[in-house]
Design a protein around this ligand. Structure first.
Ligand code: SF4
Length: 545
């Protein structure tokens, strides 16, 4: 039969957008979410699974809805990275969990820090990692302990609700919110407002995919607004009013995209409803057919910022937002390491565990030091670091020395300060290679070999092609994969990306440029030495490369 010829334009295949009438689930994940809201798993964990044990857990809960409460099964030890892609989930699953505690705005008081420390020591074999979204992750958690853990967290105002899953994840904020001398606005009230109104609301507990938010008035732009799904960035408009510029559609992973600026000026009191409008657009118009095309960045990329803003204003807000200014350019180092003055005359002290790795005992030490030298307030950063606030000027040196006794450096090398690593093969089921320990060794070795190097340089280490450690925006991005060594054996190694720059360019994947894990330090040393020798005055790594 000859092919049918038609003058009609080809009907575009639906992407599962609810707003266009596609309500039938188009894949297993969507089906699971339709069958039962992820938020409902909490009751089953408390009433059934924690009592009847791991084997009683419904697989649809175990590998789906548990994420709505920050729980992932961790990788069964001893399975090498070569098997990651070929084994089924159940073969990779351990009977232990990673538990992510959400810390909106990265704000902690000593009671909260001690609660996490106690949980880590009692139930998590002492593990604790500060993530690049200001959360703290614990490992080795058993299902039987979850109700007690939640009780302990909730008693101090913390939770794991919507820490993972297709939900509004933690809202990141500047750790110096409210205290920085040069901040444009303290976003803490807006973070709380959004958190209290919408986190845990069934209105937004079934999104096409995860939804990452940032709200900040930080002049260093430490919340990396360019790669969040939505980001509110402090600005001052022509009339001198303080408010926010809004960015949407940023994200990394396998299709990296920088967020687009809506160009609208949002008053602080409007921020929660604008956030609500944006997440509602994502819920309603977001693509639900293919998970790898479901993040809001694909919708924003297809629509463009102008259409997105028009839909937001007309269909969701019911009013137009005025145009507003763009934020100022970021500082070269977007972190808050070191001793710096606060606007009230006290000081903050930012310090660096290596690649975010701490432990239960260390969290207790940090809580004690924060109380002894400051007001007790501690912040996590989006660079896997920590900050103690409110330290009187004459006590900063003593605090710096006390932190150093625990290998928490206040004046670290560039390598310790700017290297990040994802979870990697130690616990992550998707990982192909070891990351945390490899990155910690790399820091130690580079400090020995290049003791005088002091230029800004980010080194980000990922255990697989995903982007949990943001490899595409690092100066040296290392993507874990199996490589062939000189003897022809398949071994752990990295594909190298060079010259990534937040908001400007993604790191270039240099064809064929790979290193084995064992050869990593030599490779990085060579590149850093060449940059240091050849760079012109003020030339960044991204410009040089
Ligand atoms: Fe796991 Fe890959 Fe994310 Fe690392 S980047 S934590 S290996 S998914």
């Amino acid at each position: 039969m000859p092919p049918r010829v038609s003058n009609q334009p080809k009907r575009k295949r639906g992407e599962g957008q609810w707003a266009l009438g596609y309500h039938e689930p188009l894949n297993k994940n969507e089906e699971n979410k339709k069958n039962d809201d992820g938020l409902n798993v909490r009751r089953r964990i408390i009433d059934i699974y924690s009592k009847a044990g791991f084997d009683s857990i419904d697989p649809a809960d175990l590998r789906g809805r548990f994420r709505w409460f920050g729980l992932y099964t961790q990788r069964r030890p001893g399975i090498d990275g070569g098997k990651t892609a070929v084994l089924e989930d159940e073969e990779l699953d351990d009977r232990y969990f990673m538990l992510r505690v959400r810390i909106d705005g990265g704000q902690l008081d000593p009671a909260q820090l001690r609660a996490i420390a106690d949980i880590s020591n009692k139930y998590g074999r002492g593990t604790a990692d500060v993530t690049d979204r200001q959360n703290i992750q614990l490992h080795w958690i058993e299902i039987e302990s979850i109700p007690d853990i939640w009780e302990r967290l909730e008693a101090v105002g913390l939770s794991t609700m919507e820490a993972c899953g297709d939900t509004p994840r933690v809202i990141i904020g500047c750790p110096l919110a409210g205290i920085a001398e040069d901040e444009v606005i303290d976003a803490t009230p807006q973070i709380r407002d959004v958190h209290d109104r919408y986190i845990g609301s069934p209105e937004f507990s079934n999104l096409p995919r995860k939804f990452k938010s940032a709200m900040s008035g930080c002049t260093a732009h430490c919340t990396v607004h360019e790669i969040n799904d939505v980001a509110f960035v402090g600005v001052v408009n022509e009339s001198g009013e303080v408010g926010y510029d809004v960015f949407v559609g940023g994200g990394l992973s396998t299709n990296p995209m920088f967020a687009q600026r809506l160009g609208a000026f949002v008053k602080p009191e409007q921020a929660h409803e604008v956030w609500k409008g944006i997440i509602a657009i994502f819920r309603d118009y977001g693509y639900r057919r293919l998970r790898h095309r479901a993040r809001i960045k694909f919708l924003v990329s297809d629509w463009g910022a102008e259409k997105f803003r028009e839909v937001l204003e007309k269909e969701y807000l019911g009013y137009a937002l005025p145009d507003g200014p763009a934020p100022a350019a970021p500082l070269p180092r977007r972190d808050h390491v070191g001793v710096h003055r606060q606007k009230d005359g006290d000081y903050y002290v930012g310090f660096t565990p290596k690649v975010g790795r701490v432990n239960g005992d260390l969290l207790h030490v940090i809580a004690d030091l924060a109380e002894e030298y400051g007001s007790g307030r501690v912040r996590t950063t989006a660079e896997q670091k920590l900050v103690i606030l409110d330290v009187p000027g004459d006590r900063t040196e003593a605090l710096t020395a006390a932190l150093a006794e625990h290998d928490l450096q206040v004046e670290p090398s560039t390598f310790r300060r700017q290297t990040m690593a994802c979870t990697g093969i130690e616990y992550c089921k998707l990982a192909i290679v070891e990351t945390k320990q490899r990155a910690m060794d790399l820091i130690d070795e580079l400090e020995q070999r290049l003791p005088d190097f002091d230029q800004p340089l980010t080194i980000n280490v990922n255990g697989c092609p995903n982007a949990c450690a943001r490899i595409q925006v690092a100066d040296i991005g290392l993507k874990g994969q199996l490589v062939v060594d000189d003897d022809g054996r398949q071994v752990e190694g990295f594909q190298i990306h060079l010259g990534g720059q937040l908001g400007a360019t993604f790191g270039k994947k240099v064809r064929g440029l790979k290193t084995t894990s064992a050869g990593l330090t030599d490779y990085v040393e060579r590149v850093v030495r060449a940059y240091d020798a050849q760079r012109a005055e003020g030339e960044t790594f991204a410009q040089w490369v």
